[in-house]
Ligand binder design. Structure first.
Ligand SMILES: [Mn+2]
Length: 318
């Protein structure tokens, strides 16, 4: 059984409830966590919101401030050993999901899971463009009113994950857009989303343009300069916008590992499948058809050219 009512019935009201967004969260993860906690609050179930890592996106940090979203880093929380955890927009066991004390009660996600979830409640809708749309559906099916800041947050999550309705869009994403648009402060939301880059990021783009290696429609973009996942994603989107390019891998060092941001315009080369194939034995990753990511520990890194060849092989081009 799926849906908000089923989740509510699973929750033990005598124990703390923590809603966890994935590490280094994005708009969709924070919006989903926020909307879920607001919906549970309407049902007299209090919860605490958190994420692993830190907020690296300036536009997300501004959105959290603007909408007064009560989410904090897990490092700032004291989580009881008997707490119940609900994970949104991610999957426990993925490299981007920190383990918390307590019991994982539920998973709400729109990524293809590496395995069937082993928890009491899960709702995974891979066909949806955003996790925010699942939360929209929870409000709809329970007949609950969506407060303006919640609507604004969900609309930002939806627009970010679908690249403004150009990527992985399901009809219910359009329905969510139409309804949320009427309820949200989209003027502020759009301003924040459309200003996520700064002049400081130009050097990353400059380096990316100089370093990219193109083979047919595959563009491999190694960057040396450390940057945020958000800027990496925007670099990947930029290269995917080139008419000749249909598959993009952006590589960036991050302290003790390398991070990857991957984009595909080809249904026959889904990001999640190609990433898992290319990183088999050296790293972890996943995502959707159109977008994905992963990481490789420094000691297993096969070198830039080694990694590029692994992706070529994963696409059947050796
Ligand atoms: Mn998402």
């Amino acid at each position: 059984m799926k849906g908000i009512q089923a989740l509510i019935e699973t929750i033990d009201r005598s124990r703390d409830l923590v809603i966890q967004a994935h590490d280094f969260p994005d708009h969709d993860a924070v919006a989903s966590a926020y909307a879920l906690s607001a919906l549970l609050a309407l049902n007299d179930i209090p919860s605490t919101l958190c994420y692993g890592g830190e907020i690296q996106s300036n536009s997300l940090a501004e959105a959290i401030k603007l909408l007064d979203i009560p989410i904090v880093s897990m490092a700032e929380l004291e989580i009881k050993p008997d707490a119940q955890i609900v994970i949104v927009d991610g999957f426990l066991g993925n490299s981007n999901m920190a383990g918390l004390p307590g019991e994982v009660l539920g998973v709400i996600d729109h990524h293809s899971p590496p395995a069937e979830p082993n928890c009491r409640y899960w709702d995974i809708r891979e066909e949806y463009g955003a996790c925010s749309t699942i939360l929209y559906d929870y409000y709809k099916t329970s007949g609950s009113e969506i407060a303006r800041p919640v609507a604004t947050s969900l609309l930002m999550g939806l627009m970010m994950d679908t690249a403004f309705m150009t990527r992985g869009v399901h009809p219910i994403d359009l329905e969510a857009f139409a309804v949320l648009f009427g309820l949200a402060d989209w003027h502020s939301g759009a301003r924040l989303l459309k200003n996520s880059l700064s002049l400081n990021d130009l050097s990353v783009f400059r380096e990316a343009i100089n370093s990219c290696v193109v083979a047919d429609d595959f563009c491999f973009v190694p960057i040396q300069k450390e940057c945020t996942p958000e800027v990496m994603a925007l670099v990947a989107d930029f290269f995917l916008g080139l008419r000749e390019i249909h598959f993009v891998v952006v590589l960036d060092p991050d302290r003790d590992q390398f991070r990857l941001s991957v984009r595909s315009e080809d249904l026959f080369r889904p990001c999640d499948v190609i990433i898992r194939r290319a990183l088999d034995g050296i790293g972890a990753g996943g995502g959707h058809v159109h977008m994905g990511g992963g990481s490789i520990p420094l000691d297993l890194f096969p070198g830039e050219e080694g990694l590029r060849k692994r992706f070529l092989a994963a696409m059947g081009r050796e």
